[in-house]
Ligand binder design. Structure first.
Ligand code: SAM
Length: 421
C-alpha cells in the first residue's frame, strides 16, 4: 500500500499545540491525545512517560471529560466494560461499534493524515502512524481485551509451507497484526476484509491466515461473509468478518434479518447541489434507455466510442433489473460482458461503495452526497466530516458498515463476558 501524503498544512489536531508547550515532535499529537483520553487508566503510564521524557508537563492537562466537552467531541467513550485497540483505524467504524457496547479504545493507529483529522474530530484522539514500525508497536499497551483490524489484503509468499508466520507473511500488514497478537495475547480479535480474500490466490491466502491464527497463535476462529443489506442498510456490501477467541467458544455470527432498506431512507430529496448532478453524457444515455425500454436489452449508439476500444467494438447495452437498478455493460450478453455502470434508484439499494466509486441514482439524476455516503455505511448524522468531499467519499468508501459491526460486537462481547465468569 502506498504511503499517504499529507493533505493539509494546518490540520484540526493542531489545536492540541498549547498542551504540547507549542512544540511538535514525532507522534506528539497522538501521544498527547492518547494520554488525555486514557488519563487515570493503566495504559496512560507509557504515554505519560514518553511525554515527560520530552519535557511536556502533563500535570495541568484537562480531564478527559473537560477535554471532550471543550472540543465538543461527539463520540467519547462512556464506559469501560472492556478495552480494545483500533488498527488500520480509518475513521473509526470499529471504534463506534465497540464503544456502543461499552468498549474503551486504548490505542489507535492510522497513517493517512485526512483520516486522522476525521478521527480526531469525532473521538478526540489522533491515531499513531505507521503500524509496521517497531516504535509504533512499542506504544501498544501491554493489556487490552480485543484487537480490531480491517487490514488491507496483500499477497503472501507461499514457498516453504512449513515456515512460521514470520516467513509466510513477511512484508504484509497481516504479519503486523499477527506480531501484535503474539506479543500481547488479547482475549479476542475482530478482523474485517473484502469478500474476495476467501478466493484470493486460489484460496491460499485464506488458508495461510487460518493456519496462522489457529495453529500458530492458538485462537478459536469463526468466519462469515455478511451483507450490509441484511443489517438495515440499502447497500449490497458483502464482507468477510472473522473473530477469534483465546478460549474455545460457541460464538455465532448474527444472521441479520433487517432487510428491505432502500435508498429513499437515506437520501435528502431536497438536496439540489449542482455538483452532484450526473454529467450530460450519462443523463442522455439514461434517457435513451427509457425511450427504448420496450426492448429488454437496449443497444446504444456505439459510434460515440472509438472503434478500436472495447465499447466501440462490442457495443454498449443497458437493461433494467427487476429491483429497479439500471445496468450498463459492454459487449453482447451472450459473450463476455463487462459491467460498465450501475445506477440505483430511490426504491432500490446501492452497490458496494468503495474509495473511488460513489453510487448514482438514475431517477433523481445525481450521485450520493458525502453525508448520504456516511449514512450508507450506517454512520449517524452527528458524525463530523471535517475534510474535503473527495476525502470524505474516500473515507466512507474505505470504512465499514457500522450496524453490521455493532451486531457482531454484541455477540463477541457476550462471549468475552462468559469467559470472565
Ligand atoms: C480498509 S481501511 C480501514 C478502514 C477502517 N476500518 C474504518 O472503519 O474506517 C485500511 C486503512 O489502513 C490504513 N493503513 C494502511 N497501511 C497502514 C500502516 N502501515 N499503518 C497505519 N495505517 C495504515 C489506510 O490508510 C486505511 O485507512
Amino acid at each position: 500500500m502506498n504511503k499517504p501524503t499529507s493533505t493539509n498544512k494546518n490540520p484540526n489536531y493542531h489545536k492540541l499545540l498549547p498542551y504540547l508547550d507549542n512544540r511538535e515532535f514525532d507522534e506528539s499529537y497522538a501521544l498527547i491525545s492518547h494520554y488525555i483520553q486514557s488519563n487515570g487508566n493503566a495504559e496512560a503510564g507509557e504515554y505519560r512517560k514518553r511525554l515527560t521524557e520530552r519535557g511536556i508537563n502533563v500535570e495541568n492537562l484537562p480531564s478527559v471529560d473537560d477535554f471532550n466537552k471543550m472540543f465538543n467531541i461527539p463520540f467519547p467513550a462512556n464506559e469501560t466494560k472492556f478495552t480494545f485497540i483500533d488498527l488500520f483505524a480509518g475513521i473509526g467504524g470499529f471504534r463506534l461499534a465497540m464503544q456502543r457496547h461499552g468498549g474503551r479504545c486504548v490505542f489507535s493507529s492510522e497513517w493517512d493524515d485526512a483520516a486522522k483529522q476525521t478521527y480526531f474530530e469525532n473521538y478526540g484522539e489522533v491515531p499513531f502512524g505507521d503500524i509496521t514500525k517497531p516504535e509504533t508497536k512499542a506504544l501498544i499497551p501491554e493489556k487490552f481485551d480485543v484487537l480490531c483490524a480491517g487490514f488491507p489484503c496483500q499477497p503472501f509468499s507461499y514457498s516453504g509451507q512449513k515456515l512460521g508466520f514470520k516467513d509466510k507473511t513477511k512484508g504484509t500488514l497481516f504479519f503486523d497484526v499477527c506480531e501484535i497478537l503474539k506479543a500481547r495475547q488479547p482475549q479476542a480479535f475482530f478482523l474485517e476484509n473484502v469478500k474476495g480474500i476467501v478466493s484470493h490466490e486460489k484460496g491460499k491466502t485464506i488458508e495461510t491466515i487460518r493456519s496462522i491464527l489457529t495453529e500458530e497463535l492458538g485462537y478459536d476462529l469463526h468466519e462469515c461473509i455478511l451483507s450490509s443489506l441484511d443489517f438495515g442498510l440499502p447497500q449490497k456490501r458483502e464482507r468477510w468478518y472473522c473473530v477469534g477467541f483465546k478460549k474455545k467458544t460457541d460464538f455465532e455470527f448474527p444472521k441479520g434479518t433487517n432487510s428491505g432498506a432502500t435508498l429513499r431512507d437515506i437520501i435528502d430529496l431536497d438536496n439540489d447541489d449542482p455538483s452532484l448532478v450526473l454529467p450530460k453524457f450519462e443523463l442522455d444515455r439514461i434517457k435513451y434507455h427509457f425511450a427504448h425500454a420496450d426492448e429488454i436489452r437496449v443497444k446504444h449508439d456505439n459510434s460515440k466510442y472509438a472503434p478500436n476500444t472495447k465499447k466501440g467494438k462490442y457495443g454498449v447495452y443497458s437493461f433494467q433489473k427487476p429491483d429497479g437498478s439500471l445496468r450498463f455493460h459492454v459487449g453482447d450478453p451472450a459473450k463476455t460482458q463487462i459491467q460498465e455502470a450501475f445506477y440505483s434508484c430511490l426504491d432500490s439499494y446501492a452497490s458496494t461503495i468503495i474509495a473511488n466509486r460513489t453510487p448514482k441514482l438514475w431517477d433523481i439524476e445525481r450521485r450520493l452526497s458525502v453525508r448520504e455516503s456516511a449514512r450508507l455505511q450506517g454512520f449517524p448524522d452527528e458524525f463530523r466530516i471535517p475534510v474535503s468531499d473527495a476525502q470524505g467519499y474516500k473515507q466512507f468508501g474505505n470504512s465499514v458498515s457500522v450496524p453490521v459491526l455493532t451486531e457482531i460486537v454484541r455477540n463477541l462481547i457476550e462471549h468475552l463476558e462468559k469467559e470472565d465468569k
